[in-house]
Design a protein around this ligand. Structure first.
Ligand code: SAM
Length: 262
């Protein structure tokens, strides 16, 4: 087959380090009958070793040239190819207990993580390669300057595990940034204590809209001085000073008051 020229617009940095590929596959630990979905199989660096351990694999790929290669290489009984943009793909159509994996295109990693978080109920676990800087933001705790909307919303919904650091030499072409592999396991329903998740998202988005400002300013339209006091949260703090539990507490208080519960 003709050599494929990596396309920057699709974030194509292909994994080439066999040791690292083996470590990632071993972290995923695929079992024959798992319903595994790979986002962005590319030239198959992870796809091949995964398929050795699986009966079947779903892939979502946007690049037509790569799709043509996949079709030539893998028979339909081994691989279902979903052509198109993972950002617009309805993962729920693949059923539940899904295991999502991928060396994700870095140029869309944050919106893609938010999109995928919407399918948490259909997912058993996710293993993703991302820029290290994104993983740092995902696992950031209150007080870290990296703590942001991504940290709070993902930590609300998932248990996160930073598994591996991956240097640029493991890819062709090498990316300009360091990378890392993270595991995301959806929390059980009883761990999700927000009474109104849309309201939680609204409070978190407003708080981080101007992260250097105090909460009493960023949340002025949503939270009164009395409500800050009732939630035990100092309004002089900034968004990055609060953790998931604080945001859940604040949004639950608002939700109860909106519903007239005293
Ligand atoms: N898995 C391969 C590897 O590890 O070598 C390729 C990883 S490469 C970083 C990202 C892959 O995602 C490419 O195959 C690229 O074409 C694909 N991709 C980029 N944007 C996409 C999108 N919006 N939806 C689906 N796939 C996308």
């Amino acid at each position: 087959m003709k050599a494929h020229l990596p396309r920057r617009r699709f974030g194509q940095n292909f994994l080439i380090d066999q040791g690292m590929i083996a470590s990632i596959v071993s972290a995923i630990a695929p079992q024959r009958s798992d319903r595994l979905v790979e986002i962005g199989p590319g030239l198959g660096a992870l796809t091949n070793p995964l398929l050795e351990k699986l009966d079947h694999l779903h892939v979502v790929e946007i690049d037509r040239d790569l799709i043509a290669r996949l079709k030539k290489t893998y028979p339909p009984q081994k691989m279902s190819i979903h052509e198109g943009d993972a950002l617009a793909f309805d993962f729920a159509t693949l059923g539940d207990d899904l295991r999502l994996v991928g060396n994700l295109p870095y140029n869309i990693s944050t919106p893609l993580l938010f999109h995928l978080a919407g399918f948490a109920e259909n997912v058993r676990d996710m293993h993703f390669m991302l820029q290290k800087e994104v993983v740092e933001r995902m696992v950031a705790v209150p007080g870290d300057s990296e703590c942001g909307r991504l940290s709070i919303m993902l930590q609300y919904r998932f248990h996160l595990d930073w598994l591996l650091d991956v240097p640029p030499e493991c890819f062709d072409p090498p990316p300009k940034v360091q990378s890392a592999v993270v595991r995301m396991i959806p929390k059980r329903a009883e761990e999700l204590t927000a009474k109104d998740e849309a309201l939680l998202a609204k409070v978190v988005t407003a708080a981080f809209s101007q992260r250097r400002k105090m909460l009493r300013n960023t949340l002025r339209a949503l939270v009164s001085a009395e409500q800050f006091t009732a939630a035990g949260i100092d309004p002089m703090l900034r968004a990055e000073d609060l953790g998931v539990a604080d945001y859940v507490c604040l949004s639950n208080l608002l939700s109860e008051e909106l519903r007239g519960v005293s």
